[in-house]
Design a protein around this ligand. Structure first.
Ligand code: FAD
Ligand code: FES
Length: 258
């Protein structure tokens, strides 16, 4: 379990219609790896709120937060310079390996893929980052300005459901085309469950490695309440795993999709 930390809010920027980039200076955190998350204490709420790490550089943690309820409203109402308490680092990691990787994000699910993409690029691994959003105003721009391309963040491919930017339709409509053109050895995805299911099944049909980052509403966050259990098929056995402690990254081939 990650240790408790005190940090300072360095910056809050609106980066799409409903999403904000929040930078936290965390002097007690030395390392966070792609796929891991932090859990932020929100005053007046019993449970901490989990957020994937979108970047970590020199003790600065970047999280991208979509405004939803009391917890996210609390965090986003904090002033620059105010202190914030959180547990970190939490969860398991994406494997960072020399395999041509297709990254598939959808909506706020793109958040952890920015950090993975940055690490893979640093290691000169070939990546292709594709992401889908509802509309042009929902496109989450990059937290890494140096990798940004005009108007499209650091994505190599964008689709919007309404066609207002990039290609029209769901990112799932383009999976076959992206696989045919980029010829990945591996797919990594973070997205709503229905998208993850299609990504994992498509990867399996093509015999590709697949890692997915799952999201479940969390309570205890330490593997005790069992509120975030998912099922994996390992050999001929179905086993239960928690997203908070065993995940959030799982082998797409093993997840049992109900
Ligand atoms: C491992 C992990 C990583 C996450 N990473 C991110 C991230 O990078 N950026 C981000 O914005 N959010 C992320 N989330 C979701 C985030 O934790 C929730 O949005 C947040 O806890 C909501 O808190 P709240 O108090 O504002 O909303 P609540 O008052 O708790 O809920 C408000 C509404 O949002 C819905 N909701 C709450 N949690 C989720 C969820 N996980 N998925 C879908 N709907 C939800 C509730 O059902 C309710 O309708 C992540 C969740 C997990 C488990
Ligand atoms: S949130 Fe309690 S076990 Fe995962």
């Amino acid at each position: 379990m990650g240790k408790n930390n005190q940090g300072t809010i360095k910056d809050i920027q609106k980066i799409s219609e409903e999403v904000y980039s929040v930078k936290i200076y965390a002097p007690t955190v030395d390392e966070i790896l792609p796929g891991q998350y932090i859990s932020i204490l929100c005053e007046g709420l019993t449970f901490r709120r989990p957020f994937s790490v979108s970047d970590f550089d020199n003790h600065i943690i970047t999280v991208l937060i979509k405004k939803r309820g009391k917890g996210t409203e609390y965090i986003l109402s904090r002033k620059v310079g105010s202190s914030i308490e959180f547990s970190a680092p939490l969860g398991n990691v994406f494997s960072v390996e020399n395999k041509k990787t297709l990254l598939i994000g959808a909506g706020i699910g793109a958040a952890p893929l920015f950090y993975l993409n940055k690490k893979l690029k640093e290691l000169k691994v070939k990546t292709f980052f594709a992401a889908g959003f509802l509309s042009k105003d929902d496109i989450i721009v990059t937290p890494h300005p140096t990798l940004s391309r005009k108007g499209r963040g650091e994505y190599d491919f964008v689709s919007t459901d309404d066609g207002s930017n990039g290609n029209k339709g769901s990112i799932c409509d383009y999976l076959e085309k992206l696989i045919a053109e980029f010829k990945p050895e591996k797919i990594v995805s973070c997205a709503p469950r229905p998208v993850l299911k299609i990504v994992a099944q498509t990867a399996q049909q093509h015999g590709l490695d697949c890692e997915i980052c799952m999201e479940k509403v969390m309570a205890c966050g330490i593997g005790v309440c069992r509120g975030c259990v998912i099922q994996l098929m390992q050999g001929d056995r179905v086993i239960n795993k928690t997203v908070c402690k065993d995940g959030p990254v799982f082998n797409g081939k093993e997840v049992v999709w109900q």
